[in-house]
Design a protein around this ligand. Structure first.
Ligand code: NAP
Ligand code: MG
Length: 398
């Protein structure tokens, strides 16, 4: 069989611990034998990040900007323990945070649906993709405890020195107060990324806030989304999808009765809460993928889980591990499919779909890693270790 030629380099970001072990295995089993591809490699393993003073992370983000598509392995975000463990120069920032801020992107989380792994919510049949705005609101708030009677006001002083003020509350006794902000530019980037991803995945876009109550703050988010929807009307129509605004409480109620298959865009706090609800409703972290999409249409694919340190400790001791590689494999297929789409390479797109089908068929036939065993309704379940599972997929891929 001749290999499929890929004309544009794919940006590859290597990572840490158990996911780094799986990463190498994925390339050897599913990539090199089938594809004639140039992988532009960046080693984001924590030791090399430290060696380059984190320059490698910045370079990798720039490479994604240049080529358009990247695939990333999970990486350690160092804390004090990790600094000691690896003798690091300092607690380097999260690579995901660095890459997200360079690309000005939004992270979308999408579960992988498998027939014999039913979601906790019976109605759910298709993935519910969550897009969470990652700037401001509660996460950049200022707060004050009010000790006793007195007035709290919001004061805006323009650059020219003009003042505008509104009363927050005239306190008669003690209480609390909070100030939040967001930026049009950040909300616009978020909206653009959401429309990009919905159009790219051909799924309807839901956006939900509480604009009936928050007539300026939440209403601003809605206005920016509505304006973007108008601008993108022709693209939405061509993709056969719609954009719809909901009140957040209505959206939550609808989601529980809906079969899924939409992109649900949410403000920062709502996204934080609802993404955990949806993730646990769909089952295992090993089945959750993640993609970073920039407003100018650059894509970085990864698994939503971390480096699975606990399993890596077992691996280091030579013990058998049962780490689920599905989300990492789907990071590769997501990236390859997107690369194929951008290059007009249908053979590559078919290959990505074939690999995904091989993964799903393997699990649906009863062969799976330990985390899926209690979730699966298959009658003939067989627990495989990390490597046996990938071997089983490779056999199906042929
Ligand atoms: P984690 O790596 O996601 O693992 C937490 C636990 O979830 C594991 O111990 C395991 O449970 C289960 N799990 C996660 N992925 C699994 C898989 N593929 N197959 C089977 N089980 C899986 O989170 P963590 O242990 O809190 O973090 C480890 C490191 O990852 C940290 O250094 C953190 O900074 C980093 N991290 C990176 C990213 C990223 O790069 N995007 C995201 C999150 C965390 P059992 O042990 O019970 O089997
Ligand atoms: Mg959360």
């Amino acid at each position: 069989m001749s290999k499929i030629k890929v004309k544009t380099p794919l940006v590859e970001l290597d990572g840490d611990e158990m996911t780094r072990i799986i990463w190498k295995e994925i390339k050897e089993r599913f990539i090199y034998p089938y594809l004639d591809i140039e992988l532009e490699y960046y080693d984001l393993g924590v030791e090399y990040r430290d060696k380059t003073d984190d320059q490698v992370t910045i370079d990798s983000a720039k490479a994604i900007q240049k080529h358009g598509v990247g695939v990333k392995c999970a990486t350690i975000t160092p804390n004090a323990d990790r600094v000691k463990e690896f003798s690091l120069k300092k607690e380097w920032p999260s690579p995901n945070g660095t890459i997200r801020s360079i690309l000005d992107g939004t992270v979308f989380r999408k579960p992988i649906i498998i027939n014999n792994i039913p979601p906790a919510v019976k109605a759910w049949k298709k993935p519910i993709i969550i897009g969470r705005h990652a700037y401001g609101d509660l996460y950049k708030d200022v707060e004050m405890q009010i000790p006793g009677p007195g007035k709290v006001e919001l004061v805006y002083t323009s650059a020219e020195g003009k003042e505008e003020r509104v009363l927050v509350h005239d306190f008669k006794g003690s209480g609390v107060v909070m100030g939040q902000h967001n930026l049009d530019k950040s909300i616009e980037s978020f909206a653009k990324s959401c429309f990009n991803y919905a159009i790219s995945e051909k799924v309807p876009l839901w956006f939900a806030t509480k604009d009936t109550i928050s007539k300026k703050y939440h209403a601003r988010f809605r206005a920016i989304f509505d304006a973007e929807a108008q601008k993108r009307e022709a693209e939405l129509k061509a993709a056969g999808i719609y954009y719809s605004y909901y009140l957040i409480d209505d959206a939550v109620a609808q989601i529980m009765k809906n079969e899924g298959g939409m992109l649900w865009a949410l403000m920062n706090y709502d996204g934080d809460v609802q993404s955990d609800m949806v993730a646990s409703g769909f089952g295992s972290l090993g089945l959750m993928t993640s993609v970073l999409v920039s407003p100018d249409g650059k894509y970085e694919y990864e698994a939503a889980h971390g480096t699975v340190t606990r399993h890596y400790r077992q691996y280091q001791k030579g013990e058998t591990t049962s780490t689920n590689s599905v989300a990492s494999i789907f990071a590769w297929t997501g990236a390859l499919h997107k690369r194929g789409e951008l290059d007009g390479n249908s053979e590559l797109m078919d290959f990505a779909k074939r690999l995904e089908k091989a993964v799903i068929d393997t699990i649906e036939s009863g062969e799976m890693t330990k985390d899926l065993i209690p979730l699966s309704t298959a009658s003939n379940k067989k627990q495989l270790d990390t490597f046996q599972f990938m071997e089983a997929i490779q056999k199906r891929l042929g």
